[in-house]
Structure formats: C-alpha cells, structure tokens
Design a protein around this ligand. Sequence first.
Ligand code: SF4
Length: 368
Amino acid sequence: MGNLLEIDNLISVDNNLNKISEKIQKGERLDFQDGVNMFNTSDIHSLGKLADYKKRQISGDKVFFVLNRHINPTNICVLSCSFCDFAKKKGDKDAYEMTVDEILNGIDDEMNEVHMVGGHHPTWEFDYYIEIVKSIREKHPDLHIKGFTAAEIDYFHRRWKIDPEESLSRLKEAGLTSMPGGGAEVFSPRVHKLLLPGKSKASRWQEIHKIAHNQGIKSNCTMLYGHIETIEERVDHFIQLRDLQDETKGFLAFIPLQYQTGTTQLTDNPATPIDDLKMISIARLMLDNVDHIKSYWVTIGEETASIGLNFGADDLDGTIKKENIMHAAKAKSPGGLARDKMVYLIKEARKIPVERDALYNEVNFYND
Ligand code: SF4
C-alpha cells in the first residue's frame, strides 16, 4: 500500500485546483466558489489526488465495508415523488407489506447491520414500527438497527401526531441504533417544489437529524444527484450539511446517491462515471468534518465504485443481500455483493479492506 500522498508538488492545468490544493495543505476550509470550481474542472485526475490525500489524512489506506441487509417493510406510499420508481399504491399489482415474521426471516446471525426504510404507509400505525424494531432487537440483541429516514419520522408526526422527539426516543428504546441519511434528496427549495412537493422540507430534515443527534442517535447524510439539480445547488447542499455537522457532530458518513433514470426519466443527461467520481471527490474535500465518504456501488456500479476508492471514498457500503429501491428504478448493479467480492474490489484499489460495524468499530482486517 502507498505512503501518505504528498500534494505539495501537484501542478494542475486548472489554476483553481492549484489554489484549492494550497488551501488543503494549509488545512483551510473550502468555500462555495471552491466547490463550484471543482465541479467545473476538467482535471479530474488532480481532483482525485487531492481527495485521496484528504481521505488518507482521515483513514489512511483503510476502506470499510459492512455485512448488512436492506429491508424495506413496505413499498406502499401516500406520496408520489417524481424521481421514485419504488413507491406503489395499495392495490397495485406489485404493492407489498411485510409481516414481522417475514422481516425477521430476512436477517441472519452473520450480519452486523440491518438498514430499514420504506414507503409512507397510509394506515400502518406507529406502534407497528415499534413492534418491528423490538422484535428484531429481541431476536438479535447485538445487531445494529439503522432505520427510518427523517422523511419517515416527519410522516409519523404528520400522520399520527407523534412528534420527532417522542418517535425517536421510543424507537431508540425499542432498539434503534442509528438513522439512514435519505429523504432530503437535494436541499434546494426549487428542486423540492418540482420533484417532491409533499415530502418534508430540507429544514425539517435537518431539524430531525439534529433531534436524533441530541438523543445520541448517529445518522448518515446523503445527496441524490444527477437529475435536475444545478452545480450551485449541490455545493449549497454540502455547505448546509457541513454547518449542521459543525453543530452536532452526529453524521457518520456521507453517501452520494446517483439518480437512476428508471421509468421516471427526469433527465436526458444522467450522471456519468466522471460525474460520480467528482461527487465523491468533492464530497471528501467539502465535508471536511464528516469522517467517511461512501462509494455506493448500488447506484454507480461495482467498477466506478472501486475507482471511487482512489477518489476520496473510504467506504464501499455493505453486502446488502437484496436492494429494492434503486433496483425498482432499474439499477444495473447486482442486488447484493458477497463479502469476498467486497474484499476483492477494495484490494484491487490498493487499499486495506476493513469490515466494520455500523458505528465504524473495526470487526475484521483483510490485510494479507
Ligand atoms: S421517495 Fe419515499 S416518500 Fe417519495 S414516493 Fe418514494 S417511497 Fe414515497
């Protein structure tokens, strides 16, 4: 494995990157214009080197992954976000609702984490979600249960009048250990109005993560990119996340989520691998206070995800077993990856595979 990469001799054809390189070496925070300039650069290699340098300062040559399972208890949803191919209405041919037993049957003892998100179900009462979490906890006392986006927590309030303080503390008591980062998509009010008018607003997403962090529930953060958002809206999203992290220090990882065109077809110009690598690199450089950046193989494919490990990402996410949401939108990646395949992809990127739990405690090294 390589030594810590020095970047003091990095000379880019893009003078803006040279200025950014100087700031990074001095440990200075990047600003809005730096973010925009990085998205506009044509020197993807130098950008990747800067991001890899920053990544090595934080996690050395390690790249993390987790043995996990995604469970989506239902795809029935009262909303119809324009980018979503997952949601169905009650009575639709492919609509489903899982029982607690069906959920439990999907979890085995080898897993370290279950990741659970679903549709905004019209009639499932909040107590059913408590029952799901409690049942998982009883059967798997050591399993990490990451569940419910801020949008779902907000929906429990809108539907059942249970405010986020109460729903989160009851879920935590039942066994919830952290929250996923989905639901915000892009913070821009313009994008929210056009694509997800009924969903909770960005400010509400932030408020709910703040409440979770104050209750000791760590969470992830994400951005859905590659649809109608502008570069400026991406950078603004990063800066808002960074400000919140300065305040709470509750985010574990950032996950760039590439929009899958599926049947929703919001754009004729979906994200390319270059765009995916820029997202990973710029996330690493802008979010200087978030420890982990994922190269999310589910949306960008194993090949680009593996390259992303040299562009600032230090996490390949998990084995997942059966991914539903992005595959409903025809994601081309497999439904899950075996542990050996994760190890192989990380080693191919010349990094050290480290199996982790959901809180980034190291479980296993694969450094032969
Ligand atoms: S993104 Fe979530 S809230 Fe929106 S329609 Fe899909 S499942 Fe429902």
